[in-house]
Ligand binder design. Structure first.
Ligand SMILES: [Zn+2]
Length: 302
């Protein structure tokens, strides 16, 4: 970000007014001139607890924040009476940092546009979006982001979600991973887990393909090729149409109609699979007053 002022005290070009009554200092040292009243109206926790809206001292107070200047610049733009900035050309990491800051300071006007942006870019960054949605207990966004994570490795999902909550991992993974007392207790409670439902559908699809199309009277190898393509690829359940186009080269009058019917059945089964949050109802229920509860203040107990 460009700045004005001396090198010792860089000031944001966008937030450099002289009638300000507070200065926000980013983690990278950038200073932002702003207004206490706007912070009071749009956020919680940015001003020190018990802070009066009007400050009597002549020199505006400087508040140091943990967020970068890029995040604060975006965050403050949402706190002004003006057209809200578009996030279209903002990198995903910046949007994620903005969303985290919005949750932290409860800037509700920012949470919604961040989530709209995340929905639009899916299936990109699905694991990060699932982790964000899980952390802040946004069930709808988690449900959308969870679907493409079926393509991710178990290791990647566990590493991503376990930093937030073991409960979320249990909602995603099959037994017996990871192990531990807490896991075993929780696993008993979450009897049906997200990945298992996908795995069941996958196994069923493979078996019905093998049973129904073991031999083609026309001598084609479409079913066999399809079966090989599916082998071990749980993520194949996503994008079935594309797989069909690439695998079924020749239109066989003996098995093509049946294979299309099989594909439609599988796609319907996948569509009906229970959403991710239904396996973690307790976790996602712990949002009150527009915020996710912290660890240890759960309102629902097992
Ligand atoms: Zn055939």
């Amino acid at each position: 970000m460009s700045s004005t002022g001396s090198s010792k005290k860089p000031i944001s070009e966008r937030f450099c007014t002289s009638d300000h009554d507070v200065v926000l200092k980013a983690s990278d040292g950038m200073h932002f001139h702003f207004y206490r009243k706007n912070l009071k109206v749009h956020s919680e926790g940015m001003l020190p607890t018990g802070d009066a809206t009007e400050q009597s001292t002549a020199e505006p107070e400087t508040i140091s924040l943990e967020e970068s200047s890029e995040t604060i610049d975006l965050l403050l733009q949402f706190m002004l009476r003006q057209n809200q900035p578009t996030l279209q050309n903002v990198s995903f990491s910046a949007v994620l940092a903005l969303a985290e800051a919005a949750e932290k300071y409860r800037v509700y006007s920012v949470v919604a546009p961040c989530q709209v942006h995340m929905r639009e870019i899916l299936p990109q960054n699905s694991l990060e979006i699932l982790a964000y949605a899980g952390k802040h207990r946004h069930a709808e966004l988690a449900d959308l982001a969870a679907v493409p994570t079926i393509k991710s490795s178990l290791k990647a999902v566990v590493e991503s979600l376990s930093t937030i909550s073991l409960d979320l991992v249990v909602s995603w993974v099959p037994v017996p991973y990871p192990r531990g007392k807490h896991f075993l207790i929780t696993a008993c409670l979450f009897k049906i887990r997200y990945r298992e439902t996908w795995n069941d559908a996958f196994i069923h699809a493979q078996e019905s393909l093998r049973m129904r199309f073991s031999q083609c009277y026309g001598g084609c190898r479409s079913a066999g090729t399809l079966s090989l393509h599916f082998k071990g690829q749980l993520g194949s359940l996503l994008g079935m149409d594309d797989i069909f186009v690439s695998v079924i080269q020749n239109d066989c009058r003996y098995c093509s109609p049946g294979l299309v019917a099989w594909k439609n059945e599988v796609m319907m089964t996948v569509k009906k699979l229970a959403a991710f949050s239904t396996h973690s109802k307790t976790w996602f229920a712990n949002r009150i007053d527009g915020r996710a509860l912290e660890d240890g203040e759960s309102k629902i107990y097992y």
